[in-house]
Structures are given as C-alpha cells and as structure tokens.
Design a protein around this ligand. Structure first.
Ligand SMILES: NC(=O)c1ccc[n+]([C@@H]2O[C@H](COP(=O)([O-])OP(=O)(O)OC[C@H]3O[C@@H](n4cnc5c(N)ncnc54)[C@H](O)[C@@H]3O)[C@@H](O)[C@H]2O)c1
Ligand SMILES: O=C(O)C[C@H](O)C(=O)O
Length: 345
C-alpha cells in the first residue's frame, strides 16, 4: 500500500504541478466549465490567468461584485481555448454557475498584520454562505473548492448551506489547503538541497496556525531532521501565511502562491473528472479520520469527488502530539461555522 500510494502521489504531483504546459491523460479536448467566485481579487486574477491556460477548461466563468468585465475582457484576448465570460453581482451568478463542473472560491477579505484568520470570520462567513447557497442551487454536482478564510470554518459553512438546500452529497466540497503542501515542499527541498519537483510532503489537519500539520515523516523522498530543526521547519510552515502577511505590510496576504496552489487543485479536480487514475490531493473535508468532523488528509479523487480517504497514515510521536494539540481549536472553528450557517437565512 505504501509503495503504491507513493507512486500515485508522485504521478499526481508531476501532472498537477505542470498547470501551464501539460496534457490530460484522457484527452486534450477542452471539456469543462470552471468558475472563479472572487475573480477580480488578488488571488482571483492570477488564478484565472493560470486557469485560462489549463487544458480541459472549455469555459472560464468569472464572478465578482466588482471589476469583472475588465478582468474577463483582458483574459479573453489570450490565445488559448477557454472561452471567458464575466458576471457581476448576484443577478448574474446563476448564469455564471449553471453547468459548472468546478467552482473555485477566493471571495472575501484577506488578513492584515496582527490579525488571525478567524478575525476574517465576521466578513467572510456571510460571503461564503451566500455563494454556497448559489452553488447548491445552480451547480450542486460541481467540485466546490473553497479558498476563502477561515477555511476551518468556511468549509463547514458551505456544507451546512448545502444540507439546508437538500444537497447531502458532500463528497465534492473541499477546503483548499494545497498552499500548505506547496510551501512544505519548497521549504523541505530548500533545507535538504533536493530537486523540489520530486518532493511531496502531505499536510494534514486544518488551515490555520497549529492546525496545519506537515507530515515530514512521510515526505517523499524520505528526509530526516534533528528534533530542533524539525520543530523549526514545522513552525515555519504553520506560520508561512503570517510571514507573507507581515512582508506585504498591510497590502494583503498570499496571492501569487495561492493562485498557483488553487490552479493546481482545480487541475487535479479536472483530472479526476476526466477519469484519470491516481489523483491524490490533501484537502479539508468532512471526515471520520480524527476527533473532529472535518479534517485534511490525503484523498484519492475521482469523477464523483472523494473516492477514498487515505487517512493520516502512520505518524511519528511528534506528529501525533501536533494532531492532539490542534483538535480543540479545530473543533471550535468547525462548530462556529456550523452554528453560523444554521442561523443564516
Ligand atoms: N486557503 C488558503 O490557503 C488561502 C491563501 C491565501 C488567501 N486566502 C484567503 O482568500 C481570500 C481572498 O484573498 P485575496 O487576497 O484574493 O483578497 P482580495 O481582497 O484581493 O480579493 C477578494 C475578492 O473577493 C471579492 N468579493 C467580495 N465579496 C464578494 C462576494 N460576495 N461575491 C463575490 N466576490 C466577492 C472582492 O470584490 C475581491 O475582488 C481571503 O479570505 C484570504 O484570507 C486563503
Ligand atoms: O495567511 C493568510 O491569511 C492567507 C492564507 O491562509 C495563507 O496561508 O497564506
């Protein structure tokens, strides 16, 4: 099992990472409608640029509350196959989402220095609730990929809004934690002098501070750190978002690396839809693999969403202690999201 999983992850990484210049295994035809909600923002624009170049995208539908016509006009001049349409405001969201196969959601405000992701809840919870309601109405079978923070609460909000709308299959709702994997790969490769394209570090848990748990004991290729170095690199991965927020000094949070990570996750969703075998990504999803209702682990993706949850695998004692430490915070964030959605009309 371990060897075949390793092979799956490596195959997936090779294809999933080459967002710009790769061909789908099943066909090179552009088949899918992909929508970006929050398309005019710091993440939305560069991610839409990457998606415009992603094989398999037949129609890229861009939605925001502002500036969408300009972004859509600009992208539509690029000589790649995807048709681009722009949709502005709630009156146009139905047209944007109808027929969608994959929806990526980076709508909402980003952090400023000194804020936690949970400080964004007040603004972003209702944005995600409203957009989830629209997805449940217009494209309940699409892959829904949620980037908006706090992911540990916005994913439960989306799932509750789906259930309220009578959509009970939640196997295609994902909190996108791909940036944590991308960062872990970059930092481990740098520390060990490895070719980064061959490095894969699974990241489990959630997407905020101590809930981000890089499983370095399962890194491919295998790497070792002494305990002090292991704790230092783990902390750097957990605080990497804050590192960017501080460096941007009030101008927002990670946008370019997130655009790359979001496009990679969307490309994996398209691979899964096209029937490609061995598509594995970590994501924050409804789960029975820990003492919380939602947890990120490696997932095998297929045309119907999560095909199997690979769980945490064997963890080191240190990683077990990180999981134990994150459970209370994760449970509280999940409950906060669920309660918000229950009271949201
Ligand atoms: N999951 C992750 O790893 C990750 C990484 C980076 C950022 N984020 C989060 O992504 C979100 C967006 O970040 P950003 O830097 O792109 O912010 P931004 O402010 O640059 O862009 C957000 C966009 O959302 C739009 N928007 C606001 N309300 C909307 C609504 N109701 N419907 C549609 N669009 C709406 C805004 O008009 C804006 O264009 C933030 O919450 C941030 O914390 C998550
Ligand atoms: O840190 C943030 O606020 C944005 C995002 O969650 C990140 O990890 O970069």
């Amino acid at each position: 099992m371990a060897a075949s999983l390793t092979r799956l992850v490596q195959m997936n990484k090779m294809t999933g990472l080459s967002v710009l210049a790769r061909s789908f295994s099943v066909s090179n035809q552009s088949n899918y409608k992909v929508s970006v909600l929050g398309a005019s923002g710091g993440i939305g624009q560069p991610m839409s640029l990457l998606l415009k170049q992603t094989p398999g995208v037949k129609h890229l539908a861009l939605y925001d509350i502002a500036h969408t016509p300009g972004v859509a006009a600009d992208l539509s001049h690029i000589d790649t196959a995807a048709k681009v349409t722009g949709h502005t405001g709630p009156d146009e969201i139905g047209e944007c989402l109808t027929g969608c196969d994959v929806v990526v959601i980076p709508a909402g405000v980003p952090r400023k220095p000194g804020m936690t992701r949970d400080d964004l809840f007040t603004t972003n919870a209702s944005i995600v609730a409203e957009l989830s309601k629209a997805c449940a109405k217009y494209c309940p079978k699409a892959f829904i990929c949620i980037i908006s923070n706090p992911v540990n609460s916005t994913v439960p909000i989306c799932c509750e809004m789906f259930k309220k709308a009578g959509v009970n299959d939640l196997g295609k709702v994902f909190g996108v934690s791909t940036l944590d994997i991308v960062r872990s790969n970059a930092f481990v490769a740098e520390a060990k002098g490895l070719d980064v394209s061959s490095v894969n570090v699974p990241v489990i848990g959630g997407h905020a501070g101590i809930t981000i748990i890089p499983v370095i004991s399962q890194c491919q290729p295998s790497v070792t750190f002494d305990q002090a170095a292991l704790e230092a690199i783990t902390t750097r991965i957990q605080d990497a978002g804050t590192e960017v927020v501080k460096a941007k000094a009030g101008a927002g949070s990670a946008t370019l690396s997130m655009a790359y990570a979001g496009a990679r996750f969307a490309a994996s969703a398209l691979d899964a839809l096209s029937g490609k075998e061995g598509v594995v990504e970590c994501a924050f999803v409804p789960s029975d693999r820990s003492d919380t209702k939602y947890f990120s682990t490696q997932l095998v993706l297929g045309p119907n969403g999560i095909e199997s949850n690979l769980g945490t695998g064997k963890l080191s004692a240190y990683e077990e202690s990180l999981v134990a430490a994150c459970i209370p915070e994760l449970q509280a964030s999940i409950k906060k999201g669920e309660e918000f959605a229950k009271n949201y009309n």
